[in-house]
Design a protein around this ligand. Sequence first.
Ligand SMILES: Nc1ncnc2c1ncn2[C@@H]1O[C@H](COP(=O)(O)OP(=O)(O)OP(=O)(O)O)[C@@H](O)[C@H]1O
Length: 260
Amino acid sequence: MRDGTALPKIRLRGLRKAFGAKQVLDGVDLDVAAQHGTVILGGSGSGKSVTIKCILGLIEPDAGVIEIDGRDVLRMPRGERREVLDRIGMLFQNGALFDSLPVWENVCFKLLAQKRITRAAARDRAAEVLGQVGLAASVGDLYPAELSGGMQKRVALARAVAARPDIVFFDEPTTGLDPIMGSVIDGLIVDVVKRLGATALSITHDMASARRIADTAAMIHHGRIVWTGPAAMLGETGNAMVDQFARGEREGPIQMELRR
Ligand SMILES: Nc1ncnc2c1ncn2[C@@H]1O[C@H](COP(=O)(O)OP(=O)(O)OP(=O)(O)O)[C@@H](O)[C@H]1O
């Protein structure tokens, strides 16, 4: 507990990152509640992926604080940081499956690479998580190229959770899927996250998906979080910018800024 409120799983304060003259993150403050789903919304190029990459340690921010379970990850020893980051699973936007590996090795890639599991145990674990995302164990022997887009997404989801992470990032989980398959994937995301008791942080442009997979939404604009509230309210938040974005309307404060 901190100041009488529950400790956030992830806490960002004053996160700043510039690329050349471009200030992409300009003081991002965000609390991601433990065992909740949070979605970051924002226009293309607004810094959603950069925020997630900073948390994952793939990009070093210029300034600010990133805490996971109350621990300052930017200022902890490298080995300790590695351990904290190992507890994060990630579903990449395009699945990012390795074409040359069968599905089961893709699913348990991290566990195998870190020698945390034998190959026989990895096959069993792959079959188990494939089952959790609605795929038969036999799919484990196929190669990614042999799968439909929806199946690839399921495999990518299985891979994101195979190491039983306590935080999972989802980057555009429904992109490229038909609306029904998108809804199926969202249902699976909710199921697997709940089963793990994990904290989910997502990025999506798909408002129906945001409402399904997240409890809380946060909107990033001009490098800062400008609104946070219940995902169920998206489109009817009373915040003109958020509602314009959620409804995909051309006219509104965001458009007016573009015209300036
Ligand atoms: N490694 C990098 N080097 C230089 N510029 C970068 C780098 N990574 C991101 N950027 C820039 O930072 C800005 C934010 O990028 P980011 O990928 O976070 O956007 P996003 O909000 O995730 O957008 P989208 O919804 O289109 O995926 C963009 O202008 C991008 O060009």
